[in-house]
Design a protein around this ligand. Structure first.
Ligand code: IVH
Length: 686
């Protein structure tokens, strides 16, 4: 490329100025990538493939590394996080973050409407919006650039979470369009899309962590995480719904929303102008049903008087504006008696309290148990056995206890004291609770029955050793009969030991033994996952297996070398390191080795892994000549690529084998995703 020294800051006689060339390319890449980010995240209409995007991003990362002074504040590379915030700075809100008056009935709403009419007459309109159930945020922009993002805090001052907010790709770092005020603040709600939240919990379950209670708390927790790189991976999103600034050139809230949208923010499309309360009620009724089809939670509808002049006339109470109100949908609730609080012990030792209830009908099902999450929850509600409690079914599947009806007997009931010891009668170990952790843990992982049974169940499960016939019930039976005491015991089972279990029959015995025998073939990476090391899910197990190649190399690895593996952080590394420092685990490993389990990566997976497919997402369909279905997926992952089950705008390539599914083919063609053959795929690797 020919470059002329136009903007070169260094004095030079040269015709070619590398600095200006780099600047020009960095600017070009930054603008182009920001534009494509906008098309992807705001418009949901990408015009280039993920691959092309990633290639440009890679070039930008490289150029920025070579020219750190040229990195633009709005560079898309800022989205991947990187900053660690030890303590969030507390900052006073320029405009206090007020709450809204709540109503649950149309009568209350009519009263609100009457009050408004009394003050400003009949010539006005409302804007009705979805009330997003997330975490409030105020983001300030100066001269078109994001300068600060604050949480609500106590409404007067909040925490500066700018680095974390910048990782949300739908929040512009540099504004689009024109006409934005020199300085303004835009308010909105950060939330977890429900599919992202479900995935997050699935991943947590896989690594033996208790599920997060609900998307709202999870969003608040994520916003306050210290490591923005982790936040960047969590895929939070945000809707913006209010503009603050001095001398705004808009007459109405609706106009502001359109302007905010044109500057590149996500404004929820459902918002409507309503000419009167009847319109508002229709909007409320419509979303009462349709809210269940959204990919985010809403807890009601916000109604705002549209005109700014009218808003000024109406003013504020001490706590909230008189020109807006929240209509909250009633969560489906019921009251019943809390008969007993019991505990559940998970396979990693996490203790979860459970409310055992007098059976009650709620949203079409009989509820006998409800989640209590942790000891803080019980203490906060001052729950006592015998209390009448409110239970609610929100977005989550398991109902939860949300409050108590403090009747006159409440105080005379015995205060509930959370156990300090493992509730399992055959364990009783002193529980531990790490600083900052909401959950208590039982540390007796090798002697606590539910943990042992949970670990055996996990070991035998489909994604791990896939032992046919060794499900929850059988594990329970074999453990109770004293036939297995840990995962290694599975391989000591014999026909003689099992045949006394007469009721089960000979076929059952044979099938189980065959299932156990077959598990010898399960590849090393799955054996590693099956061991149930805390924080080692399927993906981490694969990463460790491909990196270290055999189990003894992992066992001998220092903490530093564990941490050096791509995407293995402090917490996982420490958990793995400590697992291999436990003599009981070493003894189990020796027995599993003697039983013939795969402790080494298969030869055909030993070829050096590469980054050749980094940044690419593949969908594989059909059957292949040189690969099994799992084999081709593993090859993709070993070379840095991602495998996805369904074709979307994010798919880089569909690898088509024989008998490729017609629906995948059709979708790929419709979205313009490249379809490649097995040979073309092999050529990419070579
Ligand atoms: S307007 C002064 N609009 O609900 C105007 N708030 O219970 C204040 N919220 O603090 C906010 N969706 O965190 C507004 N479309 C929406 C909203 C919304 C969710 C939250 C927000 C607010 C709380 C009030």
């Amino acid at each position: 490329m020919e470059n002329r020294a136009v903007n070169c800051e260094l004095p030079t006689n040269n015709y070619f100025c590398p600095m200006s060339a780099a600047k020009q390319r960095i600017d070009e890449l930054t603008d182009t990538l920001n534009h494509h980010n906008f098309l992807y995240y705001q418009e949901a209409a990408p015009t280039i493939s993920d691959y092309d995007f990633d290639m440009m991003l890679e070039e930008l990362i490289k150029l920025e590394k070579e020219n750190p002074d040229l990195v633009r504040l709005d560079s898309p590379t800022q989205r991947v996080g990187g900053g660690i915030t030890k303590e969030f700075k507390t900052v006073v809100h320029k405009y206090p973050m007020m709450s809204l008056g709540n109503t649950y009935s149309f009568e209350d709403l009519e009263e609100f409407d009457n009050r408004v009419r009394k003050q400003i007459g009949n010539d006005f309109e409302y804007v009705a919006e979805l009330k997003i159930d997330g975490c409030a945020i105020g983001i300030t922009y100066k001269n078109g650039m994001l300068t600060q993002a604050l949480t609500r805090g106590d409404g007067t001052q909040g925490d500066d979470v700018s680095t974390n907010i910048k990782t949300i790709r739908s929040v512009p770092i540099k504004l689009k369009g024109e006409g934005w005020p020199e300085e303004f603040e835009v308010r909105g709600e950060v939330y977890y899309p429900l599919d992202v939240f479900a995935n997050l919990n699935k991943e947590r379950e896989e690594i033996g962590e208790p599920a997060l209670a609900n998307p709202r708390n999870a969003a608040a927790g994520t916003l306050k995480m210290q490591d923005s790189t982790v936040v960047a991976k969590r895929k939070l999103d945000a809707f913006l719904y209010f503009l603050y600034g001095e001398d705004l050139p808009y007459k109405t809230h609706w106009e502001s929303l359109q302007a905010v949208k044109s500057w590149g923010f996500r404004v929820n499309d459902a918002a409507r102008q309503c000419k009167d309360l009847a319109d508002v009620k229709a909007f409320i009724n419509k979303w009462e049903h349709e809210r269940h089809n959204l990919n985010f939670e809403i807890d009601g509808i916000v109604i705002k008087v549209n005109s700014y002049q009218h808003q000024r006339n109406l003013g504020f109470t001490a706590k909230s504006p008189r020109w807006a109100i929240a209509y909250k949908y009633k969560a489906e609730t019921a009251t019943t008696t809390l008969e007993k609080i019991t505990y559940q012990v998970g396979r990693t030792g996490a203790i979860t309290p459970v409310a055992n209830l007098k059976p009650v009908q709620l949203a079409g099902t009989t509820v006998k148990r409800a989640s209590l999450h942790n000891s803080d929850q019980i203490e906060k509600l001052d729950l006592r056995e015998g209390d009448t409690v409110y239970i609610e079914k929100g977005g989550e599947i398991i109902p939860k206890v949300v409050g108590i009806l403090k009747d006159e007997d409440h105080n005379s009931r015995v205060k509930f004291i959370y156990t300090s010891f493992c509730p399992e009668k055959d364990c009783g170990s002193l529980l531990i609770r790490d600083e900052g952790d909401a959950q208590h843990y039982c540390p007796n992982e090798d002697g606590c029955p539910p943990q042992i049974k949970g670990k055996i169940e996990h070991f035998a499960s489909r994604k791990a050793m896939d032992i046919d016939g060794l499900g929850k019930e059988t594990v329970e039976l074999l453990y109770n009969k004293g036939l297995i005491k840990n995962i290694a015991g599975i391989y000591d089972l014999t026909g003689e030991m099992l045949s006394p279990l007469k009721k089960k029959g000979a076929v059952w015995v044979n099938n189980l033994l065959e299932g156990i025998n077959e598990s010898n073939k399960i590849p090393f990476e799955r054996v590693l996952f099956a061991l149930g090391i805390r924080h080692v899910g399927e993906t981490v197990a694969k990463k460790l297996a491909y990196h270290f190649k055999d189990i003894y190399a992992i066992k001998e690895a220092s903490l530093e070398s564990l941490k050096a593996v791509n995407e293995i952080g402090e917490v996982i590394a420490l958990s793995v390191f400590e697992w291999f420092r436990n003599d009981k685990h070493i003894e189990i490993l020796a027995r599993l080795k003697a039983a013939g389990l795969q402790f080494r990566l298969n030869e055909d997976k030993m070829q050096p892994a590469s980054d050749k497919l980094a940044g690419l997402t593949f969908v594989v369909s059909g059957t292949f000549i040189n690969y099994s279905r799992d084999g081709i997926k593993e090859t993709i992952e070993r070379n840095g690529g991602k495998v996805s089950g369904s074709v979307s705008g994010k798919t880089s390539y569909v690898v088509a084998g024989n008998d490729m599914g017609p629906s995948k083919l059709e979708k790929a063609q419709k979205l313009g995703v490249k379809i490649i053959s097995e040979e073309e795929f092999t050529a990419m690797l070579n």
